[in-house]
Design a protein around this ligand. Sequence first.
Ligand SMILES: [Zn+2]
Length: 143
Amino acid sequence: MTTGQVFERIRTLSSELGFKDTPHLEMDDLVSDVAGQEHGNIRIREREYGKLSDAEKCVIMAHEWGHYAEKQIRERFFDGVEISDEMISDWYVAYLGFCSELKAARGYGAEYNKIVDLFEDPRAFGKRISTWELRKLAGLTET
Ligand SMILES: [Zn+2]
């Protein structure tokens, strides 16, 4: 898939799930990482992004879209929960239907994968998770 096709796919999935706003897509080989999001722009370093598998491209684009839509996601699913922006973005990847692709693409290790396992039912995760449970899963609390 071309970068534009991946962008359209994620836009369509996001729109179907009620996230109507669309960021700008910028392809810029001078971006500091393979992809990033700031000020409503998803920026892609095409030189490297273009070489990834379609699954990896979708995971990365959905993750950056998650950063873009973070405020809405927090309001709709994680109201009052202390959850990091990176976790919100990865949850959004799963919410759009790419949970197994996310697990394959992200090599954060066993502890993080336990959390990603919970994303398999993203709606349920968003409804039931609490700050305390997240801290426990992350090994930040003993009780
Ligand atoms: Zn991120």
